[in-house]
Design a protein around this ligand. Structure first.
Ligand code: UD1
Length: 398
């Protein structure tokens, strides 16, 4: 048979991390699929790091990123660029991931050309259209446009069904971020020989911080930073490392509020091969990132989620993460609890990740075979309660 052309479309670092394993799995079936990659490059430098990690050479690179780009800039440039790329490549299906503006614009471009859409990490919801902004609306609109929905967990499937998406079109696969993490961990990554080598020698405990969400800019950001300073005062053995997202507004706020605080190290976002051992070395993570809520539990590191809402309540339910919001006192109280009560810390760090078992990409490929009628049976699904919950750190002895 002629291999089926599948276009994977993405633009930011987290999309590349999560579609990288799917790309690799599709490439392992050259007789069935012809994977092609279109990158919008909504992010430039952070995306390029990930392309190198997965050894991906894009078929089309739209290079749309502009300094201080607005959401309208990204949407219109991605829509027009992806439309032209699709007209050129004529894929049988496009794959998008998550909830970025690239995800939504690429789905809309595919819909205009009546190309079926597969959505990886479908079904995350906060039920608040402004939180996260604009991601909650990006993913809801993408669900309306998509034809095949890869839900990471049963809860994500339930969210989709509640919106009227037929069960037949939904596959519970786990999240390929756990596949990416597993692949990286088998390479036994270390900080040795990297720009963060000194972290290995750091005495005391490490608090890793990442903050970049639009809805946290302004006052919420200041409240979180105030909490960080007080946590440092209460715990003289703690050092904070905060890799700062390149968004100029995030950079300005981070350097203004934390730039000259003792025991706060602000650095450039390291590439994933460095970020994974950095997460593994951390004793505690405070973040507003989505992906870190999925990865850190698998590495046995407790996560405090500095947001008012999360679309990943599974991590909270299993006890691996806590939603602390952006209230200064609340963040301090939760951090103090974990930094002073060993039993509370141990309970959180042992919870594991409910988001996948490292086989999501395989299930996505099998679901695509089913969609294209190359197999008669629906593939088996990820079941987090079947005991296959991921605790990579333990398994790999890291
Ligand atoms: C985007 C996604 C968000 C995702 C995040 C991961 C949207 C609206 N948001 O947010 O869902 O969680 O990526 O990082 O799609 N910039 C650079 N270099 C880079 C990356 C960004 O200079 O490598 C600058 C851009 O020019 C822009 C700003 O950072 O001015 C923000 O980037 P943008 O893609 O608009 O949104 P993010 O906040 O990164």
């Amino acid at each position: 048979m002629t291999p089926i052309p599948i276009a994977l479309i993405f633009g930011t670092r987290p999309e590349a991390i999560k579609l990288g394993p799917v790309w690799s799995s599709l490439c392992q079936r050259p007789e069935v699929f012809l994977p092609q990659v279109i990158v919008t490059a909504q992010h430039r430098e952070m995306l390029d790091q990930m392309l190198a990690v997965f050894n991906i050479t894009p078929t089309v690179d739209l290079d749309i990123m502009q300094p201080a780009q607005s959401l309208s800039d990204i949407t219109t440039n991605a829509l027009i660029g992806v439309q032209q790329a699709l007209a050129q490549l004529q894929p049988a299906l496009v794959l998008v991931q998550g909830d970025t503006t690239t995800t939504f614009a690429a789905s809309l471009a595919a819909f205009y050309q009546k190309i079926p859409i597969g959505h990886v990490e479908a079904g995350l919801r906060t039920a608040d259209k402004f939180s996260p902004f604009p991601e909650e609306i990006n993913r809801r609109l993408t669900s309306v446009l998509a034809d095949i929905h890869f839900a990471a967990t049963p809860r994500a499937r339930d969210n989709l069904q509640a919106e009227g998406i037929p069960s037949e079109a939904i596959f519970v696969t786990g999240n390929p971020v756990l596949d990416a993490l597993r692949t990286i961990l088998t390479q036994k990554p270390t900080l040795a020989g990297t720009e963060l080598e000194w972290v290995e020698e750091l005495p005391g405990r490490l608090l890793l911080v990442t903050l970049h969400r639009r809805e946290n800019l302004g006052e919420p950001f200041a409240h979180i930073c105030a909490a960080l300073k007080q946590i440092l005062q209460a715990h003289p053995d703690v050092t904070i490392i905060y890799p700062v997202h390149p968004n100029p507004e995030v950079r300005e706020a981070a350097y203004n509020l934390l730039g000259d605080v003792e025991r706060v190290i602000l650095c450039e976002p390291p590439d994933y091969l460095v970020f994974v051992p950095l997460m593994a070395r951390a004793d505690l993570i405070i973040t507003d990132s989505g992906g870190i809520q999925e990865e850190a539990p698998a590495l046995g590191v407790p996560v405090l989620v500095a947001r008012e809402t999360t679309e990943r309540p599974e991590a909270i339910e299993v006890g691996a993460a806590r939603l602390v919001g952006t209230d200064t006192n609340n963040i301090i109280a939760e951090a103090n609890r974990l930094l002073t009560i060993p039993s509370a810390y141990a309970k959180m760090s042992r919870a594991g990740s409910p988001f996948g078992d490292g086989h999501a990409a395989l299930r996505i490929c099998e679901a695509l075979e089913y969609f294209f009628e190359l197999r008669s049976q629906r593939p088996s699904e990820f079941n987090p309660s079947s005991g296959n919950r991921s605790q990579e750190g333990t398994e790999d002895g890291q």
